[in-house]
Design a protein around this ligand. Structure first.
Ligand SMILES: *Cc1c(COP(=O)(O)O)cnc(C)c1O
Length: 455
């Protein structure tokens, strides 16, 4: 028996007291975000009209290496953090690999994912600024759930526009949000101008994320004391998610383990960015080397097949423009795609690190992702979210390579959440009805042609 326990926990006193901002260690910074109306870099004042002041400051801060985690947020983190770093002994045994596999499990809270790490920070700054509440959109519902938990903790009003088809298909997500006091509105609704317009134009539409964003932004800007909040992509969200990487690094250091490879799934890039930040920082400072792999769905391959260009962060084109690896803001993954991670672009920080060669990317097809999920669930016990299972897929592939070469690599991956609300996707897989889809070059070219012309 090895001396490394199944679960490596940190003491409360070992938990991070500051978030780490990897931009502070980047010599070449991510390109500035632009005002969609003027195409000039967004100013703090402009950004403060959409986001809370301190969050806008964090968004624009590319020099501070550490930003203190306020005591109130650390107290909330204590309720469900530190999250365990688990040594996947059972998976290693199943694969008969000499590799050592570790995963950082972020699903140990009611919202079921890492999104709570940023939701609580965003709610805190909204409260501190004296706001009444926040608005947001949610697709599958993970972000809306995390935000409603965070808002109820700080007694803030929380208004969630949930894509109508998800609202109807995921009634349990909706009820979790309502239990935490959020007002959940199916989008498009009749409560906003943009919602009424879309309903008139497309009667019976089941909605889209782009439409829900437009409604949430309108709701924020038309009510006194409200701001709009977002659960991924933004640099502030990556900053908050750095708590994942800092804890991971502290836990590894505690047992003198040097990671060789760090793997994370990438939708908008927030969990991946948070997990890898402290490690990427060491690479940037020339202190250590790691192989970092971002894993994305083959049906939504923004890093592996996208363009590095300025694009809209939302389909509604109301948020600032960011330079990122993107498939075009109009890109919608094929309808048979059930595995999540359907965002068209990638965090500008992750995009720039990728462009600099600090990390590599791989795309995987969803049936192979669910095969990995099934194996993982059966041997490690946790039912993983489809999104997280992208990272499991590549961790397994790499562990199998080690079996061939005999290398004893330390493989670390992020297990971002649980899959309890994804049973429709699992059902498709179990019924043998899941198919793969890879967009053609022509399809992507069509979408690239609609990228905004900047400079
Ligand atoms: C939202 C989500 C993701 C993807 O978002 P990122 O911003 O790329 O981290 C991954 N896993 C789970 C469980 C999620 O809820």
């Amino acid at each position: 028996m090895s001396t490394i326990p199944y679960k490596i926990y940190l003491e409360e006193s070992e938990m991070p007291k500051a978030w780490y901002n990897v931009r502070g260690d980047m010599k070449k910074k991510p390109a500035p975000i632009l005002n969609p109306a003027t195409l000039k870099p967004v100013t703090l004042d402009e950004l403060s009209g959409i986001f809370c002041r301190e969050l806008a400051e964090q968004e624009l801060d590319d020099t501070s290496r550490f930003i203190e985690i306020p005591e109130e947020i650390r107290n909330f983190y204590r309720m469900y953090r530190p999250s365990p770093l688990v040594r996947a002994y059972c998976l290693e045994e199943k694969l008969q690999t000499p590799a050592h596999i570790y995963y950082k499990f972020e699903g140990n809270n009611t919202s079921g994912s890492h999104k709570l790490n940023s939701a609580i920070a965003q709610a805190y700054y909204a409260k501190k600024q004296g706001l009444k509440g926040v608005t947001t959109e949610t697709g599958a519902g993970q972000w809306g759930t995390a935000l409603s938990m965070a808002c109820s903790y700080f007694d803030l009003d929380c208004q969630v526009y949930m894509v109508k088809v998800s609202y109807e298909q995921k009634p349990f997500r909706r009820e979790v949000m309502r239990t935490y006091g959020a007002k959940v509105t199916p989008s498009p609704s009749m409560e906003t101008e943009v919602g009424r317009r879309i309903n008139a134009e497309f009667p019976g539409t089941t909605g889209s994320l782009g439409c829900a964003i437009s409604e949430a932004v309108e709701a924020a800007t038309s009510q006194e004391g409200y701001r709009y909040v977002l659960g991924s992509v933004l640099s502030q969200v990556l900053l908050h998610q750095s708590v994942i990487g800092l804890e991971t690094k502290a836990a590894l250091d505690k047992y003198g383990i040097k990671a060789d490879m760090i793997i994370g799934c990438a939708g908008g890039g927030s969990n991946l960015g948070g997990l890898i930040s402290p490690f990427a920082g060491e690479i940037l400072r020339g202190e250590a080397n790691y192989e970092i792999i971002a894993v994305e769905p083959a049906s939504c391959p923004s890093l592996t097949r996208g363009k590095y260009a300025y694009d809209f962060c939302d389909t509604g084109k109301v948020c600032p423009l960011a330079k990122m690896y993107t498939l075009g803001s109009g890109f919608i993954p094929s309808a048979n795609h059930a595995g999540g991670l359907r965002y068209h672009g990638m965090s500008s920080v992750v995009s720039e690190l990728y462009d600099q060669g600090i990390l590599t990317a791989r795309s995987v097809e969803q049936t192979s992702v669910f095969e990995a999920a099934e194996m993982f669930a059966r041997v490690e016990g946790i039912l993983p979210a489809p999104e997280s299972s992208h990272a499991i897929r590549v961790a397994i592939d790499e562990a199998l390579k080690c079996k061939e070469t005999g290398e004893e690599k330390n493989i670390v991956f992020g297990l971002t959440g649980t899959g309890y609300f994804d049973m429709v996707a699992y059902q498709k897989y179990n019924d043998g009805e899941m198919t793969d889809y890879v967009p053609s070059d022509e399809e992507l070219q069509k979408s690239f042609a609609k990228l905004p012309k900047v400079d």
